[in-house]
Design a binder for this molecule. Structure first.
Ligand SMILES: Cc1cc2nc3c(=O)[nH]c(=O)nc-3n(C[C@H](O)[C@H](O)[C@H](O)COP(=O)(O)OP(=O)(O)OC[C@H]3O[C@@H](n4cnc5c(N)ncnc54)[C@H](O)[C@@H]3O)c2cc1C
Length: 264
C-alpha cells in the first residue's frame, strides 16, 4: 500500500521583521520577507518520519500544499529540500483577504485534488495563530481530527498520537483518512542538507488556481470572509526598565516595587 501524506505549510511574514497591516487591515505581506512558518517545519518533520517508517512492503509519498502568494513557493522549496516528494501551490488573486473559513475551503479542495490518507498541519501559524484551521479542514473533508499531538505514528490504517495537556496526557487514535496537527514538542525539524537543497530544485511543484479547484471567487477573499479585523493599533514600543542599584536598601526597593503593583 502507498500511504499518501499531505502536509499543509504556510508562508508567513518573518516574525523578526517589522510586521504590520495594510489600509484594509489585512496583513501586509509585502512589508517584510516571508518564510516557511517555523511551526509547520514540525509538521513536515513528522510526515517525513512517518514516511520513513512505513510498514514493510509499503511505501509513502509526502506532498506539501500551500495557499499563498507567488513568494510562498519559497516555503514549498524549503519543505521539498527537507525531503518532501512534491508540492502544490494554490495561488489566485481572489484568495487575497480570505479568513480561516475561506483558506480552509481552498485547502480542503487542494487536499482532495492531491488525494490523501493523512493530512498533517502545524499547531498554529506564526502570523494568524488561530490554531483552528486543522479542525475546519477535517470538518470540510468529513474525516476525524486528532489535534495538538506531541508524538504520532501510523500503523494498520490508523494514526495514533499523544496529546500533552495541563491536567493529563491523552493517547488518541483515529482511523485513516484523518487530519492531525502537531506541536513544537513533536521532535526537532531536520535541516535541509546540501543534497536535499539540490534535489528540491528538480521536484515537481503543481500550480493551481480557484478555477482548477472549482471554487467561486465570492466564496473566498474579503467577500467570502465571515470574520474581519475591525481595528489594529500597533503596540507601543517597550520602554527601558528601571535599574535599581543595591545600596543596602535593594530588598526594600524591590518589596515597594511589588507592593505598588499589587503583586504582594
Ligand atoms: C495571500 C493571503 C492573504 C490573506 N489575507 C487574509 C486576511 O486579510 N484576513 C484573514 O483573516 N486571513 C487572511 N489570510 C488567511 C490567513 O492568513 C490564514 O491562512 C487563515 O486565516 C488561517 O488562519 P491561521 O493562519 O491563524 O491558521 P492556524 O489555524 O493558526 O493554522 C494552523 C495550521 O494550518 C495550516 N495552514 C494555515 N494557513 C495555511 C495556508 N495558507 N496554507 C497552507 N497551510 C495553512 C498550517 O499547517 C498551520 O500550521 C490570507 C491568506 C493568504 C494566503
Amino acid at each position: 500500500m502507498s500511504l499518501k501524506i499531505v502536509v499543509c505549510v504556510k508562508y508567513v511574514p518573518d516574525a523578526t521583521g517589522d510586521r504590520g497591516f495594510t489600509e484594509d487591515l489585512t496583513t501586509d505581506r509585502d512589508a517584510v520577507d516571508g518564510l516557511l512558518s517555523e511551526l509547520d517545519e514540525y509538521a513536515v518533520e513528522q510526515a517525513l518520519r512517518i514516511a520513513e517508517n512505513v510498514e514493510d512492503g509499503d511505501d509513502a509519498e509526502v506532498t506539501v500544499v500551500t495557499v499563498g502568494p507567488e513568494d510562498a513557493n519559497d516555503a514549498l522549496r524549503k519543505a521539498l529540500s527537507m525531503g518532501a516528494d512534491k508540492a502544490v501551490h494554490v495561488e489566485d488573486e481572489d484568495i487575497l483577504g480570505s479568513d480561516v473559513f475561506g483558506t480552509s475551503l481552498v485547502l480542503a479542495k487542494a487536499v482532495e485534488h492531491v488525494g490523501y490518507d493523512l493530512v498533517v498541519c502545524g499547531m498554529a501559524s506564526t502570523d494568524g495563530a488561530m490554531g483552528v484551521l486543522p479542525a475546519l479542514l477535517a470538518e470540510r473533508l468529513q474525516v476525524p481530527q486528532v489535534t495538538l499531538l506531541s508524538e504520532l505514528s501510523v500503523a494498520e490504517g490508523k494514526v495514533t498520537g499523544r496529546r500533552d495537556g495541563d491536567a493529563a496526557t491523552e493517547r488518541l487514535q483515529a482511523a485513516l483518512p484523518a487530519v492531525v496537527s502537531v506541536t513544537d514538542q513533536s521532535g526537532e525539524a531536520r535541516y535541509p542538507s546540501f543534497k536535499g537543497i539540490m534535489a528540491a530544485k528538480k521536484k515537481p511543484v503543481e500550480s493551481l488556481d480557484l478555477e482548477d479547484l472549482e471554487i467561486e471567487a465570492e466564496q473566498v477573499g474579503l467577500a467570502g470572509s465571515r470574520t474581519r479585523v475591525e481595528s489594529a493599533t500597533p503596540r507601543p514600543a517597550r520602554t527601558a526598565g528601571e535599574i535599581v542599584t543595591d545600596e543596602g536598601d535593594g530588598a526594600k526597593k524591590l518589596a515597594a516595587f511589588l507592593a505598588e503593583r499589587k503583586f504582594v
